[in-house]
Design a protein around this ligand. Sequence first.
Ligand SMILES: Cc1ncc(COP(=O)(O)O)c(C=O)c1O
Length: 417
Amino acid sequence: MRRTLIAATLLAATVSAFAQAASAPSSPAKKELVRKVLQLQQQAIEGTAQALVEQPAARLLQQAGMALQTRVPAEKREEVAKAIQADAKKFADEVMPLMRERDVRELLAVPEHYRILFMQGGGLGENAIVPLNLSHRLPEAKVDFVITGSWSQKSHKEARRYCDAQIAASNEGVGAANHTAMPAPSGWQLRDGLSYVHICSNETIHGVEFAQWPDLQSLGCDAPLVVDCSSHILSRPIDWSRVGLAFAGAQKNIGPAGVTLVFVRDDLIGHALSVCPSAFDYQIVAANQSMFNTPPTYAIYIAGLVFQWLKRGGGVAAMEARSLEKSTLLYDTIDNSDGYYVNRVAPDCRSRMNVPFFLHDESLNEAFLAGARQHGLLQLKGHKSVGGMRASIYNAMPLDGVRSLVGYMREFAARHG
Ligand SMILES: Cc1ncc(COP(=O)(O)O)c(C=O)c1O
């Protein structure tokens, strides 16, 4: 762990020095900073971090550090290029097959008949990649969507480019009633002969979450369920018996943007349209252990550290208990504020990750946000399509963070009552 921290610190210092170098106004200052960058990289590669060389992390560090050198003096470039070339293959051979797949499989109890793919393109990329791979699984290419907020809307819009994508249910409403409750599965108008059914299990912007993922079989539908779980993955267990495919962009509960996790049942692989780009064809990606094209190594490396952090902290069960505690504290504060703060989502559909709320007097919004900033409480402004406030309390947010927020909310209400 300490070694990893050293590596991360050196890399961060390198990046920050490089950023300063790039923006330095005068050329002597620039030279000095570039020297500092090189020195830090040398240190990272040869000095303190030498011990890391036995570890994959070291090779990643080397690669990341060296990639930064592409904009440094010409005489250094050949050396850099050689080192990268020599290292890249070794790194890929040794590290990529691991790719932390084991950890995430263990964390989410993913059965063996599901492949775990590390892809690129993010959640929005999957909005196209899923229909390109699955929609023509059956000749009629029919796909049904359940609209529960902005993200499922976007998914539906994108899928319409590739197949007959229709809406089976929607929670769209007027004004304050828009996307505030999940449509009950018993009322979904699912068609026969569907290639799949798509849901978004946690709507990040509107703060509605499926407490249970629907059991399509019990609804008389034998199509596989496709789930965009980008914004709450790893915060609750998954009942795989209900899922054909699940995908998640990394940047909420996994790690840095750049890697997208796709969990796909074996029988759903191998149905891609011929126009599907090879790099996005699940069969090709699976056959190449997610290395058909160069994987986003840094993002995967950090994701691996997050998986280990989760395992050390008690895994998904512990995350679930913690997110329940955090979200209950926040919702209780809102609900017990005598209407000073309001959350409009039906209690049984409230997200444990994203909590939108409104001040009873919206003219106080700016004062609330300014005061929050002074308390170190950031990113509380609601999405522009919803307004008000939104607290995103992902796995990485400690309980103390939510305690600070509710403390501030009470204090603000008392002061501006
Ligand atoms: C539920 C959900 N799906 C999809 C996306 C889009 O992800 P990306 O920006 O990685 O394409 C987001 C982004 O916040 C999201 O919250």
